[in-house]
Design a protein around this ligand. Structure first.
Ligand SMILES: Nc1ncnc2c1ncn2[C@@H]1O[C@H](COP(=O)(O)OP(=O)(O)OP(=O)(O)O)[C@@H](O)[C@H]1O
Length: 367
């Protein structure tokens, strides 16, 4: 029987041939975000024939609106009539925790400092938001918080309504909390490990987070005691490792993967940042920090390569200015790549851990 219900009964139904083609295309479609096709994951699917288009409403368990738009384009070509999807999302928490309002916590980590972890965190947050997700960032880098500057909010101070919890800073819909909003950098820099760890717990637990689908934690660089304690204390659904392709960063990225394995946090994948540089004049790709190091480390550890990002001047400029790359460069390749990484993270979080995913093995109870 058809999965696609003819919705809005008073309205015109989609004809059976078109319906069957739409379903077979959704079923056969494969991508990193949809390794089992779209149909397998559609919670709700309904369609109607409108005057100038076929309108399909679909509910998915993660954000992937961009991919549905490109499927709609190819369906329109194939059917010779306009097809449009309206997508809604229902995100479930994949790990139990008691951080009110937050569904899934994702740690963004790197073994080595300076590989672009904070920049990548901010751009993934914005890419998730552009696809409809409600997103927050917790800056766990007590000694060198850079999230306030990258979000353009370095002069903001969190307020409190009840005198017990802090309201996170809202940067165009991305909610963030950081020690950088509370004390001058020079004060936090002299804190010892336990003090930094207590400060972090307060930032996490004493922030009045709004309803969030994803809270990204920008982890401090390194794999020492602080990082290990954080990854044990925080109910993280999954971790993303950011690295550059150079050997020295890869050795540290490997330590990062081992650290999350040790505390049984699933690694959702590796982002290779500063993978290559494209010459503005001739378009030549040069691999300044080596070729495919992040890809290789993902393969060795049997985790996914979530994306390979170029060294890009706009990325650096917008981060320094605290502006959103998605305002000025939304149609660019670089924004497409961040959107793809964001979709991959959302989809892996669902597939790795959700019982409804075809990827999750069935456990049979034997007598
Ligand atoms: N893909 C990129 N293209 C160009 N510049 C980048 C890219 N990614 C990051 N950068 C720049 O590299 C510098 C370091 O980035 P960032 O602060 O995000 O690194 P980090 O790994 O978070 O550092 P730390 O470990 O010190 O917290 C910044 O100036 C940032 O703008």
């Amino acid at each position: 029987m058809s999965r696609l219900s003819q919705f809005f009964s008073k309205k015109k139904p989609i004809n059976p041939e078109d319906l069957s083609l739409i379903e077979s295309v959704l079923d056969a479609y494969r991508s990193d975000a949809f390794p089992y096709g779209v149909l397998a994951l559609a919670n709700e699917l309904a369609g109607e024939q409108q005057k100038d288009k076929l309108l399909i409403a679909i509910e998915l368990p993660f954000f992937a609106g961009d991919e549905l738009t490109s499927i709609a384009h190819s369906l329109s070509d194939e059917l010779g009539k306009s097809v449009e999807f309206t997508t809604s999302n229902h995100i479930e928490p994949v790990r139990k925790h008691d951080i009110a309002g937050v569904k899934n916590i994702i740690a963004i980590a790197s073994g080595k400092g300076g590989v672009g972890k904070s920049t990548t965190t901010v751009n993934i947050a914005r890419a998730l938001q552009k696809q409809g997700a409600r997103v927050g960032i917790l800056d766990a880098d007590i000694y060198g918080p850079s999230i306030p500057t990258m979000l353009g909010c370095q002069d903001d101070k969190p307020s409190s309504v009840d005198g017990k919890t802090m309201i996170p800073i809202d940067a165009d819909g991305i909610y963030s909390m950081s020690i950088g909003y509370l004390v001058p950098d020079s004060d936090a820099a002299v804190w010892r490990g336990p003090m930094a760890s207590t400060a972090f717990s307060q930032l996490l637990n004493e922030t009045h987070w709004p309803e969030l689908d994803y809270l990204l934690i920008d982890m401090p660089p390194g794999t020492g005691d602080i990082q290990l304690t954080l990854s044990q204390k925080v109910p993280v659904a999954g971790a993303v490792i950011v690295t550059t392709p150079q050997d020295i960063a890869l050795a540290d990225a490997q330590k990062g993967i081992a650290m999350f394995d040790k505390v049984k946090v699933p690694v959702l994948g590796v982002v290779e940042n500063m993978s290559y540089h494209i010459c503005e004049n001739c378009g030549h790709h040069s691999h300044l920090f080596g070729l495919d190091g992040g890809k290789d480390i993902a393969e060795i550890n049997q985790v996914d390569l979530l994306g390979q990002l170029p060294l890009n001047i706009q990325v650096r400029q917008e981060a320094d200015l605290g502006e959103s790359l998605f305002n000025s460069e939304s149609a660019s390749d670089i924004c497409d790549q961040y959107r793809k990484i964001a979709r991959n993270i959302a989809s892996k979080t669902f597939h790795l851990l959700d019982m409804r995913s075809p990827a999750t093995p069935n456990i049979e109870m034997l007598d």
